[in-house]
Structure formats: C-alpha cells, structure tokens
Design a protein around this ligand. Sequence first.
Ligand code: XMP
Length: 514
Amino acid sequence: MEQEKVIVIDFGGQYNQLVARRVRECNVYCEIYSYRTELEQIKKMKPKGIILTGGPNSCYGADSPTYSRELFELGIPVLGLCYGAQLMMHVLGGKVITPEVGEYGKTEVVLDTDSAVFAGIPEKEICWMSHFDRIAETAPGFRVTAHTADCPIAAAEDAGRNLYAIQFHPEVLHTEHGKEMLYNFVRNVCGCAGTWRMDSFVEESIQAIREKVGDGKVLLALSGGVDSSVAAGLLSRAIGKQLTCVFVDHGLLRKDEGDEVESVFGPNGQFDLNFIRVNAQERYYAKLAGVTEPEQKRKIIGEEFIRVFEEEAKKIGAVDFLAQGTIYPDVVESGLGGESAVIKSHHNVGGLPDYVDFKEIIEPLRNLFKDEVRKAGLELGIPEKLVFRQPFPGPGLGIRIIGEVTAEKVRIVQEADAIYREEIANAGLEKIPDQYFAALTNMRSVGVMGDERTYDYAVALRAVNTVDFMTAESAEIPFEVLQTVMNRIINEVKGVNRVFYDLTSKPPGTIEFE
Ligand code: XMP
C-alpha cells in the first residue's frame, strides 16, 4: 500500500520544518518541497493534502515566489499559512494589501468553530502572528472564519473546494491549539488515517539509503554523539559492511566514553559495519602541550581531527559517499534549509572535506529535529545512554580544562565529571539540568587532608537550564547533592582539594568553561 502523505510547499518561511514536524506528530508522513517544484511532480506524489508555508515576500511582488492556479484545482485539500494564505487569495482572485502596521507576536483571535479546521477549539484563542501584508478581500467562494483586532480576515475557507487559508501560524507552540488545527486539517479534511510512526521513518530511510547507495561504499566520521550514532545505526541497518565508521578517540572524551562507543558499534556490538577506532590520545596531548589559549586549543583539536581522519580515509581509499549526521536545525542555521533565510553559519554543515575521495554526500537525518532523531535512535536499538546523551562539544574536555591540557588533568576532570553525573542521576531531581558537567580550573591552592598539607586543583561544577543554548541560567541543585558530589570528588579524585559551583548565567558566561 502506498504511504499516505501530506506535502508542504516551502515559500521560505522560518517555520517550514515545524509545519512538517507537526504533521508527523499527527502520525501522517510529510515531506517538504520548494515552491519551484513542478505541478506534475506534485501530482505524481498523490498527496492527501498540501500545506503552503509562510515566507518573507509580498505575494504581488514581481519576483515573489508563487504557484499556479492549477494547484488549487487538483481536488486535493490545500491549507495556506501566512504567506501561503495570502498567495492562495491572490492567485484565486482575492486582494492582499500592505497596511500601515503589521501584526507580530501573541495575538487574540476569534475563530468560527463551525470551520472544519477550528472544530473543537475554543472560540477565543491566543495565536502567533508574524506578518506585514494581510488579506483585504477573500477570493470568490471563500468565507471569513477568523479575525483579530487588527486583521479582519485572519482565516478564510472555501469548504466546498477544501481550500483553507490561515494568516497566523498554527505550527508555532504559541498558538494555543495550533496542533489541533493541523490535526483537523490532515486527519479530518484530508482524511489521512494517521498510521505513520517513527518506525516507518526508519524503514523508509533504510529503503531510500539502499536505493541511493546501491553497492557503493560509505564513510562516516562517528563521534559518539547522538546524531552521528543514529546515522551510523541507520546506515548499518541499510547497507551493513558497505559502511565504514571512523571513530577518533582524541583522549578528550568523558570517562569510559570511547569504550562505550566501541561496545555499541565495534566488532562485539549490535551493528554490522566496519568500525575503525583510532586511539589518537597521545598525538592530541603532544599537540596541546604548553597551549593555554582557548581558541588555539580548539583550532589544534579541530585540525588534528582532520589529519587523523584524512590518514584513515587514505587507507580506506576512494568511497562513493561521505555520510554526515546533519540534522534539521544544523541545516536551518546554515541557511541551507530549502527556501529559508540564512540565520547563522554552522560548523557542522557546508564545508565538505576535500581530503576525502568521495562522490556524494549522504545525510539521512537531514529532515529531523533532535527529539525525532532520538526516537529513531531508540527504534534502531541504540542504548538510551547514548541516545539521551547531553550535548558534548566536539573539542571535548579540551575546552573544560582551563590552561594547558595534560593527561593528568584529563584524568581529574573525567573522574570528577563521572561522579557528578552519577550523583545527579542518584538524586532523583525533579528537573535534570539541560547540561551539567565538571570542569577543571587552573587554580591550585593549599588545603589539608588527613594531617597532610595539600596543594591541589579546584574543580568547578556547572549545571544550566536553557531552552536554546543561546542563553542559560545556572540550575538550582539542592545543597545536599552538591555536598555529596564535593565529598566524593575530594575523597576519590586524586589531585583535587576544592570544589566550586559556578553560578554564572549566559550571558555573561558561556555554558562551556574554557
Ligand atoms: P557555549 O559554551 O558557547 O555553548 O555557551 C553552547 C552550547 O554549544 C556547545 N558547544 C559546542 N558544541 N562544538 C560543538 O559541537 C563546539 O565546538 C562547541 N562549543 C560549545 C556547548 O556544549 C553548549 O551546549
């Protein structure tokens, strides 16, 4: 049976993937296509519904993205959101204007709950508005189904033709029942059965990878992080030993982490693939000797990774594909996400390594958000410990040790961090901080242990709560928990005689401690 799907036509809005994600949350498979996609191609896909996204343009601009009238005449339900709603009206004979003031942010909207998309939703709602232009006159056949104080036509529909236009953004969580509106559209208006699950994603990805790769060879740099691990698991299930994963242990991983990665992906693990672990600890420590400046440390660690990976790639020889664990937020941040505007450049995407001999890049997680990647990881049988791993920077403990990095300091921070993580897990906290770790200050001071004078390092404990990792606040960890951690670190980790808790928020601090 053919997979039922809804397609999202992207007009360059910031929330386009969010729309797809919300549709998938309704258990309906969803894919995004550019507005440049030919109508014929869309027809061939036989979608059960079409959603037009927002976008930064005015629909009557000469070069603005548009779509032909035929799209609305296929007999397939269409939902236009923001720019998509304006475009629908514009193309079908309504009028869109640029008023004196736009409407941004949380706005009260009054809904006509007789509309199929607003059924079962309170008549007054908070919705998320983000537009300058607005619909001034509906196209023939449409009726108005929502308004706000500044926007007399906040939604309109021609239920007979299954055409729906919504000026606000139901895909954004600030719209109180937005998800229900999208559910109403895909499940009730489009009539999707809602049988799609993450395991279907895994199965379909496996099929797609097999088709794309054929009998080619694939190389993946496995860091042990969530994304590259899930990519490795998926590729392994699809093509087995055609996949080679190179895992570079730079000696700056957390305690036992290298062995954990090897136990999952190595020869005694659960995946069929070629696993190459490069124990490059000594090389890294040698390069880092005497270096104290944080940016320089980052640079050395990054460059050394390229060197090690390059050496391994040369041994393997030419491959057909270089796989990457790029996920959707990386794509958006790099401005590569379909029609979306560039937000910022990102270290994980874009710069293809020219030292590896490959023909094409393969990115099986490109359309997924982090939590979806995690679901796929669990589906693939990757251990929870790895799937729910907290963010860990590429340069690893190298940027959690102030001053020179040495094997001895790495040992201290690894042991202290392991104790801290263990005690946080034991504490049964109501909320586990979003990121927490131990770092090593470069401070040594006098202490007394037993009857002995000590002159040892101070460990810093960090724990933050954050939504987007751009800003953060230090987390409130119960004092008893901190005391237990302190006692254990002092008693169990040789070379430490003080423990500090870092209260700094971001800004002015950063989350990492470098
Ligand atoms: P900062 O320290 O900038 O960290 O507040 C914000 C988030 O980014 C992570 N981070 C990195 N992740 N490579 C990464 O993959 C890096 O070089 C890097 N530096 C910081 C950090 O752990 C936090 O989650």
